[in-house]
Design a binder for this molecule. Structure first.
Ligand SMILES: *Cc1c(COP(=O)(O)O)cnc(C)c1O
Ligand SMILES: [Zn+2]
Length: 451
């Protein structure tokens, strides 16, 4: 395996604005002590740039999905540019990343597109991209505990997937997780995941934004570490999605990347990954980034309509895309900065559009979660408007596994969603066990599918 000569490589927290102070990654700090803005993880770019591009490529390719701990994880395979501060013994990993880049040939052809790809981030340990960030955060916590820091638990507020990831990684490390969930607003699968992983699961009679407020107070006054996406360690892991995609395209860059956005950490992460890859010479251009929001929770879309001149938090309405039902996104400033740099577009999708987009894609072999439905609906709309061209190589980031959202699918196919016309509903056909009736039904279906 390729070796690197990078001695004492260290990354640090620094304010996203102009403030100068550096803070160690093992400091319990989430915002700039001078101006209150969010922090981001910075890397020693000058030192990283001393390694030739070809050497980085070889290193990442050698490690990709290998069995050498912890580098077979696609996050830790890029450890030097993600979080070099954690010792390998303290890494808490479930082999994240390395997820399939699905060539959506039939779906793309139906839209007249040359190349449509779906990045299957739902094929991670707990079924969403949140694992990519959580492995970094929980590893850093384990590192801090090993250095004698007093941390009694790790907590997060969540619309579902963050708590599942936090609970699993904490359970693997033997650290207590505490998750704050809005009562009756997450799917059954999303609720059972933290319970199964022994997280203290607090179901609060409020929405996500309400949970967020309480968890911040609890963490700031106690030795409990905050795992929400204001904690920028998670962004570092998630940014490997971009680098991994480039790697899967033999270090080429897609023209357009579309993803659903709620708290807007992931949009920031995707941008950060591409920016760093370009700085290191791994790629030679940047893609356009499209952030897709549910119409019911669209504060960024509204801001986009003003050219990002204004931003107003809103009270999010109910959406089937529950993981992005967020009216006051923590990472909005970072996300806007990212979208400006990446020639960004923000699009929105109604409940009818997101459900039918997911179902249309399912008909071509996928099994999309509602958030992936939002991203696909945005693709369909932008194709129609001519803002994405048929020649573009497009990647849609599928953020979670559809199997976490079986209620959503069941209700769609039984046509029991209000405000949704289930265009692609498919129902079991109840028949007597008679050959003629069965054959007749088969032939009818074959004919229908042909047309
Ligand atoms: C968290 C999540 C999102 C939104 O990501 P943000 O970083 O909050 O914008 C989208 N889809 C799924 C499935 C998620 O779990
Ligand atoms: Zn500052």
């Amino acid at each position: 395996m390729t070796e690197l000569k990078l001695k004492n490589l260290k990354s640090w927290f620094q304010c996203i604005q102009k403030c100068e102070g550096k803070h160690d990654l093992n400091e319990i700090i989430y915002s700039c002590p001078k101006c209150g803005n969010l922090l981001e993880v910075r890397h020693d770019i000058e030192k990283l740039k001393t390694i030739p591009t070809e050497k980085w490529k070889k290193l990442f390719d050698d490690r990709y999905m290998s069995s050498v701990w912890p580098y077979g994880s696609s996050v830790w395979g890029k450890k030097e540019i993600v979080c070099p501060n954690v010792e390998n013994d303290n890494v808490v990993s479930a082999y994240e990343g390395g997820s399939n880049l699905f060539w959506a040939e039939r779906l793309g052809k139906g839209l007249g597109m040359d190349e449509l790809w779906i990045k299957q981030c739902g094929f991670n340990h707990t079924g969403s991209f949140k694992d990519l960030g959580m492995t970094v955060l929980v590893s850093m916590v384990k590192q801090m505990i090993s250095e004698g820091k007093n941390i009694i638990a790790v907590a997060c507020a969540s619309t579902g997937d963050t708590s599942a990831a936090l609970a699993a990684y904490c359970a693997a490390a033997g650290i207590q997780a505490i998750v704050f969930l809005p009562k009756n607003k997450v799917s059954t699968a999303q609720l059972i995941q933290p319970l199964a992983n022994n997280a203290l699961t607090l179901s609060l009679d409020t929405d996500f934004d309400g949970c967020m407020k309480i968890v911040q107070e609890v963490c700031s006054k106690n030795s409990i570490y905050l795992a929400n996406s204001m904690n920028s360690l998670r962004i570092e892991g998630q940014k490997t999605i971009s680098i991994e995609m480039a790697q899967q395209f033999q270090w080429e860059v897609p023209d357009v990347v579309i993803l659903p956005g709620g708290n807007l950490g992931n949009v920031t992460a995707i941008g950060k990954g591409f920016s760093l890859a370009k700085e290191l010479g791994l790629i030679d251009k940047l893609p356009k980034i499209v952030c897709a929001q549910a119409e019911q929770a669209n504060p960024l879309y509204q801001s986009y309509l003003t050219g990002f001149k204004e931003f107003h938090p809103i009270k999010a309405g109910k959406t089937l895309a529950s993981a992005i039902q967020i009216g006051n996104p923590v990472s909005v400033n970072k996300a806007i900065k990212t979208l400006k740099k990446f020639n960004g577009i923000v699009e929105q999708a109604s409940e009818d559009e997101l459900t039918n987009a997911a179902a249309k894609a399912d008909k071509t072999g996928l099994f999309c979660c509602p958030h992936t439905g939002v991203a696909l609906a945005a693709l369909f709309k932008l194709m129609k408007k001519g803002e994405i061209s048929k020649k573009d190589r497009v990647v849609v980031i599928s953020t979670a596994n559809g199997l976490k959202f079986t209620d959503f699918k069941t209700n769609y196919h039984t046509k029991s969603l209000t405000g949704v016309e289930s265009k692609y509903a498919n129902q079991p056909v109840e028949l007597a066990p008679k050959y003629d009736e069965v054959l007749d039904t088969i032939l009818k279906k074959v004919e229908q599918t042909k047309n």
